[in-house]
Ligand binder design. Structure first.
Ligand code: SDX
Length: 436
């Protein structure tokens, strides 16, 4: 970052001395007012719960222009990456800052392929879970448990350890997600197949049977790979900020990523794709498109907690570019599977049309986000609703680890330790119980 030819002056009406704060600018996007010395100079904190106006770090990985609805990974527009690159190329880009040439891609893919198996002991963790445990509960446990096995890549301050841990996490997440799915059905785990692509291998581990050969459907393989690309990273969202804060204590990368998995599970974040599909199912079950008007009234009713899941975003005040690409992928997959008349897809399109023309949504700049269509395409592929967020976690792992490694690689990084505005009881003395 570099100093802008601008300064911020903070003055106080109570006569306290005003202070000057430097302003920094990045490559693109909003400048920042550097408040690091504010407390030392004024004895005051800033106040920004939810971090609506706070840059927590500087980063060179992902840029979002929420007003224009633009998303770039290392400067490349998501539309170009989603159509010209695959997920492993995108992983290389996010981790190392550039798209690989053919040789580098082959080498990177080989490294990932060689780490797709998990320690055989991992399956014994599974046995402790109920068969109907939510897959995200299982994943939160399994990802954290990886640090029990890979002691040779847990020193987060060692660049080699960080790189090996990144490869291991990218490689093993599909295996763990598939294990959680197979366990829920009482099916045997399918070992990874090194001859398959990253997405093809995931499909094989999820849907193959040990009793017969499995043929990867190339349309679904490409669609899944694109879903992974679209979910790979997204600036300082809640789960990425969780990973950064967790990793800032120097804990091992597996533990920090497990914290990200736990945060992503929430319905306001990565859990929205599951919540959105359940919402569409409920509307479809109780009247379908004819029911949409009544449902929208509930959403707009201030006294109801009903939200249009898959809509709205803290940063995007325009159409989420990933939602557009996801809608296209939806159409491709449904057509390839002969499901053009999928009622939930039609319902989602009807909901979107009504919302985009409704003042409530227009005034609040609420548009479809990445989660609005992702559930429909995953369901069509055969991924059950409760696995949607696990697929999101699988794809976001590379973004989490890239952001974590960027932070740890920054010599200026410190442990994250926000302060507060205390509104509790002033100091008081304990009375003996007889006098309370
Ligand atoms: C992801 O941050 C990221 O980058 C996340 C993500 C990523 O890739 O990491 O993009 C992935 O999490 C996408 C978002 C998925 N979540 C959902 O689809 C859940 C539904 N959306 C909302 O919960 C909400 O829009 C949030 C949580 C996404 C954003 O919330 P904000 O920024 O805190 O906005 P807000 O709640 O203050 O909403 C502003 C207004 C409010 O109305 P008023 O109080 O002004 O009258 O808009 C309303 C909200 O009630 N509103 C909605 C709504 N979202 C916001 N009303 C109905 N339906 C919605 N979905």
């Amino acid at each position: 970052m570099k100093l802008a030819d601008n300064k911020a002056t903070l003055s106080f009406s109570n006569g306290s001395p005003s202070i000057e704060l430097p302003v920094y600018q990045g490559t693109v996007g909003p400048d920042v007012v550097d408040i690091r010395k504010l407390y030392g100079q004024t004895g005051m904190f800033t106040y920004d719960p939810g971090f609506l106006s706070t840059a927590s770090c500087q980063s060179a990985i992902t840029y979002i222009d929420g007003d224009k609805g633009e998303l770039q990974y290392r400067g490349y527009p998501i539309e170009q990456l989603a159509t010209n690159c695959d997920f492993l190329e995108t992983c290389h880009l996010l981790l190392y800052g550039n798209l690989p040439d053919a040789a580098a891609k082959a080498q990177f893919s080989k490294r990932v392929t060689q780490h797709t198996m998990v320690n055989e002991q991992m399956q014994f963790f599974m046995r402790g879970f109920r068969r109907d445990a939510h897959p995200m509960a299982i994943l939160t446990g399994l990802v954290g448990a990886l640090s029990a096995f890979y002691h040779d890549s847990t020193d987060i301050n060692n660049p080699e350890h960080r790189d090996v841990a990144a490869i291991r996490l990218i490689a093993k997440m599909p295996t763990l997600v598939a294990m959680a799915y197979r366990y829920s059905l009482g099916l045997p785990y399918m070992y990874p197949r090194n001859s398959l692509s990253y997405a093809g291998n995931f499909m094989h581990m999820m849907f193959a049977s040990p009793c017969e050969d499995y043929v990867v459907n190339p349309v679904i393989e490409r669609a899944l790979d694109r879903i992974f690309v679209l979910h790979a990273d997204h600036e300082q969202n809640a789960s990425t900020s969780t990973v950064r804060l967790c990793g800032s204590s120097g804990t091992n990368p597996f533990a920090a990523i497990a914290a990200g998995v736990a945060c992503l599970w929430g319905p306001a974040h990565g859990g929205a794709n599951e919540a959105c599909l359940n919402m569409l199912d409920e509307i479809q079950r109780t009247g379908g498109v004819a029911k949409v008007g009544q449902f929208m009234e509930q959403v707009k009713d201030k006294n109801s907690t009903v939200k249009l899941m898959g809509f709205g975003h803290r940063v995007y005040k325009n159409y989420d570019p990933r939602a557009k690409l996801m809608q296209e992928t939806c159409k491709e997959v449904l057509a390839a599977l002969g499901l053009e008349n999928d009622p939930l897809f039609k319902l989602a399109m009807a909901l979107e049309k009504i919302a985009l023309e409704d003042d409530y949504f227009v005034q609040r700049k609420l548009y479809p986000n990445v989660d609005f269509y992702s559930g429909i395409v995953q369901r069509a592929i055969g991924v059950p609703v409760n696995m949607f967020t696990g697929v999101f976690a699988l794809a976001r792992t590379v973004g989490w680890i890239a952001q974590l490694n960027e932070m740890i690689g920054d010599p200026e990084y410190k442990i994250g330790r926000p302060r507060q505005l205390f509104t509790g009881a002033a100091r008081r003395d304990v009375l003996p119980i007889a006098k309370r």
